[in-house]
Design a protein around this ligand. Structure first.
Ligand code: GTP
Ligand code: MG
Length: 407
């Protein structure tokens, strides 16, 4: 039931003051004791994420947050943590219970600035005397259709589920959109080097294979060493070849040779086959804005040895010898631009607020993040006039093959 990766789940975050009933509402929605509830203000001190399937909505992550009016010693840190969740929130549920609505107002302004859909909730309605006037006040802030509910009596819970369902009906995005169709053969090139985890495939590979099977495509998985033989074993050219970006150059060479053979031996209609792309490029399209990334990649060609680059990894894993973000990419950059190029590397949620000191941000494929988070980072870089690209596009640019791949 919880097998959908968190990056594919709709992130629904609950915001409000201490004691407004956020944790109780999450427990009522899930029918489980997900979060601790008490009448002590500041019960929830850390973010709590609960993956759950909700009726007519599907795979979600419900995020419980500390109160936005937490004035305790650690309150400021908690508030900062809460505000960081805005970057990945697909739908925000804001609870109102207090007559003073100033904090909620400013939170809603931030949510609206980020174009995050907001549902206003009048919580603990079983205890509210003047429902009509309070509802009017809340509607003034959020919009005309706030929901009055009670986690105790369950009034309004179904209404909230219906609203969540309608907001979560986003257009389904495909990783391989526009590049192949049902019945097509797709070749996947996946090196099993020191960086490949023992005994399993990495997430982008698994997700692409699953999508291709769902789309009715045939897949042929191979390594760079096996690619030539794999292609030659096919009676007709594959529609698409997807490679790990780290072996882009040798794979591109093999594909070019194969294309030349195909051109001389197959009908006109198939002369362009096969298309070539990389997992990172597919995820750059799927998770971010490919045009912005390609534009940002051009900056690589004008960096100098006094430039400063930020490499942002989504995974905060322990660095490995052949790690792309921490080892390979910095090596490639320094080789091309100069040894004194400044490179800062951040992992996980540690994305700096101020990017102004950077000439370029290079982001990983973000297979662990949802699209909302990547788009927030793109918007942040753009608002500070800092070009942003991603690993796949950066490597394709540095190796001079960006013009030779499809995206
Ligand atoms: N009568 C009534 N009490 C509620 C309702 N929802 C929550 N409460 C009570 O309100 C108090 C606070 O509820 P919580 O769910 O812990 O509130 P919270 O917003 O998570 O609070 P913090 O974690 O401190 O930020 C608890 O005593 C709950 O039992 C409700 O719908 N009706
Ligand atoms: Mg709580």
């Amino acid at each position: 039931m919880n097998s959908t990766p968190s990056s594919e789940r709709i992130h629904i975050a609950f915001y409000g003051r201490c004691n407004s009933g956020k944790s109780s509402l999450i427990n009522a929605l899930t029918g489980q004791e997900v979060a601790i509830v008490s009448d002590m203000a500041g019960t929830t001190t850390d973010l709590v994420s609960k993956p759950i399937e909700l009726p007519n909505i599907g795979a979600t992550i419900l995020i419980d947050t500390p109160g936005i009016d937490d004035n305790t010693t650690l309150g400021e840190q908690r508030k900062a943590q809460t505000l960081k969740t805005l970057n990945k929130t697909d739908i925000a549920v804001v609870l109102f219970h207090d007559n003073d609505t100033s904090i909620e107002k400013s939170l809603i302004a931030q949510l609206k600035a980020r174009e995050i859909p907001v549902i206003g909730v009048i919580s603990k309605c079983d205890t509210i005397q003047n429902r009509a006037s309070f509802t009017a006040k809340v509607n003034d802030i959020v919009g005309p259709d706030s929901i009055t509910l009670s986690a105790t009596t369950k009034e309004g819970i179904d209404q909230l589920l219906v609203r969540l369902a309608s907001l979560s009906q986003q257009e389904e995005r495909l990783i391989t959109e526009g590049l192949c169709n049902s019945g097509d053969m797709v070749v996947l090139v996946m090196p099993q080097d020191a960086q490949a985890p023992k005994g399993r495939l990495i997430k982008p590979q698994v997700e692409v294979i699953r999508e291709l099977l769902d789309r009715g495509c045939n897949t042929l998985c191979t390594t760079p060493e096996g690619l030539n033989a794999a292609l030659n074993s096919l009676t007709t050219p594959p529609q698409l070849i997807i490679t790990d970006s780290q072996v882009f150059a040798p794979v591109h060479k093999i594909v070019e040779e194969y294309r030349n053979e195909v051109v001389s031996s197959t009908p006109q209609s198939q002369q362009n086959a096969p298309l070539l792309t990389s997992f990172s490029i597919l995820f750059a399209r799927y998770k971010g804005d490919i045009d912005t990334f390609v534009e940002g990649g051009k900056k690589l060609l004008s960096l100098t040895s006094s430039s400063r680059v930020l490499i942002a990894e989504a995974c905060s894993h322990i660095p490995q010898n052949e790690d792309i973000g921490r080892v390979k990419l910095p090596q490639m950059l320094r080789k091309r631009i100069g040894e004194s190029l400044s490179i800062d590397i951040v992992g996980g949620n540690d994305f700096p607020v101020d990017l102004s000191q950077y000439d370029l941000v290079i982001h990983c494929g973000a297979c662990m993040f949802n699209r909302r988070l990547v788009m927030s980072r793109i918007a942040q870089a753009q608002s500070q006039d800092v070009p942003i690209t991603n690993y796949g596009i950066a490597i394709a640019t540095l190796t001079g093959i960006i013009d030779k791949v499809v995206y």
